[in-house]
Design a protein around this ligand. Structure first.
Ligand code: UDP
Length: 474
């Protein structure tokens, strides 16, 4: 069995972006793509990540590579493999970059295991990657490939999707671990300038926040009856099964149907008109799902008739996320401990990942149905769920951490200065659930803000600049 697997990317027609970004931006993108194709010549751009589903990196790559494909920019995406120990090590690095102890410093044995796993992946990658090709390695899971690929003549950039804007002994420990692996990288990409460690030369850094695809199954318009149909099918809305399964447009074209149920833990379901607060996240401690439940139970449920839906991927589904089952299990235990009248207004939902388009349509329906979307993360690289919610015209209550700070501009949502302040969180959610007029005003401002700043053309142009300069530097 091979370690490195290609991921199929579905071309996304760039032309359809024009309705969102307007003719001028569209023209600028087409011109830049034409010049970049010329500079690229017969090189290929390789993207290497460690999972093809169930997180922001996978989501972003589908979007950006889908557009690149339509613009005839030769790019490919491959996913590396690792054993359970490798992903425990990389999850610890991930958590330490976010300032968590995560079991303390990695030992020499663990460092050796990380390097050996990536050496084995590199051998396979080098069957395909040619000297002069551009390689974008994503996140700590792939950082250790840099030396091998650069040595073989590839132009390697490392794209880090995570970070915090402060440091402690754990962030330093993770960066000390990664730094030697990254010595040959010619470019570095971060979502925010605040995340760039001081030892990376400024001239090699590009700041590129992710973007959303307004037409993907995750973000495309769904009529309210389709939304209700999908939510009834997956089992989070009361009112009987719909006559027709909820239909959506697949990335590859053609119509898909949501037919699979989600796994729903609930004592009661909201009716179609009940207000619902929703947080969609991986089951990761830094997303703080259990505290969202706690804040809702203490400060929202007693004073409102709203419901809370906490939704995330099926826990066995995300291969590079070994903590998912434990975090979900913890939420389940806390849910069982809630008083019955509160418990009946909180739903824990895991969404099947068998069909990524269908999974995306489920997330879309949940976000569109939400009266309020929350993202009460303790740390967040970017937080695509925030842009996704805002694009749908929903008011988002998010922690003032990481990329959420950049996304929620004044009047386009609510930023919580202290993500651990559950009373403030509860007050914000409760008041938006109660005040539809304010919710709708904030939601409309949010949608316009995302169209201006976080749609694919902005993202593609920044990559074009970085990769172009790497080619020029040779
Ligand atoms: N997501 C999904 N299915 C799920 C849960 C999450 O498709 O069951 C998506 C979510 O819609 C978003 C991404 O995973 O596009 C999460 O990205 P984000 O930047 O918010 O966080 P990350 O998971 O990268 O830390």
């Amino acid at each position: 069995m091979s370690l490195v697997e290609p991921v199929t990317v579905v071309p996304r027609p760039v032309a359809q972006l024009e309705t969102v970004i307007g003719a001028d931006r569209q023209r600028r993108l087409a011109d830049a793509a034409r010049q970049f194709r010329h500079r690229l010549g017969d090189r290929t751009i390789w993207n290497v990540s460690s999972t093809a589903v169930g997180g922001g990196v996978a989501e972003m790559l589908q979007v950006i590579l889908g557009y690149a494909d339509d613009l005839q920019i030769a790019s490919k995406w491959v996913v590396i493999s690792g054993d359970a120990e490798f992903f425990v090590i990389t999850k610890r690095l991930h958590n330490q970059i976010h300032g968590q102890p995560a079991g303390g410093h990695l030992t020499a044995g663990e460092a050796g295991h990380y390097a050996r796993m990536l050496a084995a992946n590199a051998v396979e990658l080098l069957d395909h990657i040619r000297p002069g090709d551009l390689v974008l390695l994503h996140d700590p899971q792939t950082a250790g490939l840099t030396e091998y690929l650069a040595h073989a003549g590839a132009l390697v950039a490392w794209r880090c999707h995570i970070g915090v804007d402060w440091e402690n002994e754990y962030t330093r420990s993770a960066w000390d671990f990664l730094r030697p692996h990254l010595a040959s990288a010619r470019g570095f990409v971060f979502s925010r300038r605040e995340y760039v460690p001081p030892w990376i030369p400024a001239g090699k850094v590009a700041i590129i926040p992710p973007s959303i695809d307004p037409f993907s199954p995750k973000n495309q318009f769904l009529a309210p009856e389709t939304v209700r149909g999908i939510l009834a099918t997956i089992g989070v809305l009361d009112g009987g099964l719909p006559h027709e399964p909820g239909a959506f447009e697949r990335r590859a074209g053609g119509i898909g149907m949501v037919t699979r149920p989600a796994e729903v833990t609930a004592d009661g379901l909201p009716g179609p008109d009940d207000p619902v607060a929703v947080q969609v996240s991986r089951w990761d401690r830094l997303k703080d799902m259990a505290a969202v439940m706690d804040g809702f139970a203490r400060y929202v449920a007693p004073a409102s008739d709203g419901y809370l839906v906490l939704a995330g991927p099926a826990v066995a589904g995300v291969s590079d996320d070994p903590e998912g089952a434990a975090v979900f299990g913890d939420c389940l235990l806390r849910w069982r401990d809630l008083p019955a009248r509160i418990r009946s207004r909180i739903l824990l939902v895991t969404l099947p990942l068998d069909d990524p388009d269908e999974n995306a349509a489920m997330v879309n329906a949940l976000q569109r149905h939400a009266s309020v979307i929350t993202q009460k993360s303790l740390a967040e690289g970017f937080g695509l769920t925030v842009a996704e919610g805002m694009w749908k015209g929903r008011p988002v209550v998010g922690s003032a951490v990481g990329g959420i700070i950049d996304q929620i501009a004044d009047g386009t949502g609510v930023l919580l200065p202290d993500p651990t302040d559950l009373a403030a969180f509860g007050t914000a959610v409760r008041s938006l659930l109660a005040d539809q007029e304010a919710a709708s005003r904030i939601g409309q401002a949010a949608k316009a803000h995302i169209a201006r700043n976080y749609v694919g053309d902005v993202h593609l142009l920044r990559y074009e600049r970085l990769l172009g300069s790497m080619i020029s530097a040779g």
